[in-house]
Write a protein that binds this ligand. Structure first.
Ligand code: SER
Length: 332
């Protein structure tokens, strides 16, 4: 088959990767999607769903070996540290987020691969207009995460213009999913809150009331990544770093929405100054009209629809986990 996609996903065990990988396998065939990560024990769905390779994205020899062996022509490069984790270890964040990307781009140049790179609302900073943040605007991020994401956007542009590598990317907002917890992000509260609500616990929110940020439900994020990579390149004026969003809310608004479904749920605030400062430097709401115009981006989930589905799916999981625990106890 001509143009058959042979895909490598880096960071496949992470927040986006653990859902993008199965979606890509469903679309392009299990054997055509190679998952990779630096976890020794990835979850069963990932391991049994198709090939899995151990990979540190900074290791160019191992990367090239995988690209050659599996005849890779498309790389979804997701391996990265999130914002709060990057503030804790800025050296490691630079190394993984920048040197990792550079290694991927070099392999893509040598082996003629397309590259998907997720940027973020973190690529903006305190001097960026926070409302209706334009596609092309001031970007002076104040965090190590933001600096690596902005540098990544520029590197991807550079590899396209200078070497003709087919790089494409999105600026994701906070992503919400019932499958995998994010680790070390500033928008993590919008996922943690559901786990607390389903388990009947109180939730202590680490961001202040009124902290409005862009967000998106994971199925929309997965569709956005796949659609952008399949888009007609002639229509792409921007290729990299497209603003994309689906909803924008502050902690009290998601709390109210959850309470409509779980009236007893209680949320209180205990502000984490590090993550609050990060959130305060990010936009409230991005203008994503370029993505909508250039490749037909459309979100499907708003706050109410996402909340309903998160509660439904997490409740099912919670019940199943309880059942599994009961079975394993009685078997023993
Ligand atoms: N969700 C990410 C974070 O909070 C933002 O891209 O770090």
């Amino acid at each position: 088959m001509i143009n058959m996609k042979r895909i490598l996903v880096t960071g496949a065990t992470g927040q986006i990767g653990s859902e993008l990988t199965p979606a890509l396998r469903k679309r392009y065939g299990d054997e055509n999607v190679i998952a990779s990560g630096h976890t020794i024990e990835p979850d069963r769905e990932l391991l049994e769903g198709g090939p899995f390779c151990f990979l540190d994205v900074r290791d160019s020899c191992s990367l090239e070996k995988i690209v050659k062996e599996y005849r890779i022509n498309t790389i979804y490069h997701l391996a990265a540290l999130l914002s709060a984790a990057a503030e804790k270890d800025s050296q490691l964040a630079w190394d993984v987020n920048i040197n990792g990307l550079k290694t991927i781009l070099e392999a893509a140049r040598a082996f003629h691969c397309s590259v998907f790179f997720p940027s973020s609302i973190g690529a903006f900073g305190p001097s960026t207009p926070p409302d209706n943040t334009p596609q092309d605007t001031i970007q002076r991020p104040a965090t190590m995460y933001g600096i690596t994401k902005l540098s990544g956007e520029l590197l991807c542009d550079y590899y396209y213009h200078r070497f003709g590598v087919d790089t494409r990317g999105l600026r994701f907002p906070g992503l919400i999913s019932y499958k995998t917890m994010p680790h070390g992000g500033t928008t993590d509260y919008a996922v943690e809150i559901f786990y607390a609500a389903i388990r009947g616990n109180r939730y202590e929110c680490f961001l202040r009331e009124g902290t409005r940020l862009d967000m998106m439900y994971m199925p929309d994020a997965i569709r956005a990544a796949i659609n952008l990579m399949e888009a007609d390149p002639k229509r792409l004026a921007h290729r990299n770093a497209f603003n994309v969003t689906a909803m924008s809310f502050a902690p009290e608004e998601i709390y109210t929405e959850i309470k409509k479904n779980i009236p007893d749920f209680i949320m209180t605030y205990r502000v984490d100054p590090v993550r609050q400062a990060i959130a305060d430097s990010w936009p409230h709401h991005m203008d994503d009209s370029s993505a909508r115009r250039e490749w037909g981006w459309r979100h499907e989930y708003n706050l109410a629809a996402m909340t309903r589905e998160m509660i439904e799916r997490l409740s099912e999981r919670f019940e199943k986990d309880k059942g599994d625990r009961y079975v394993s106890k009685t078997v023993r």
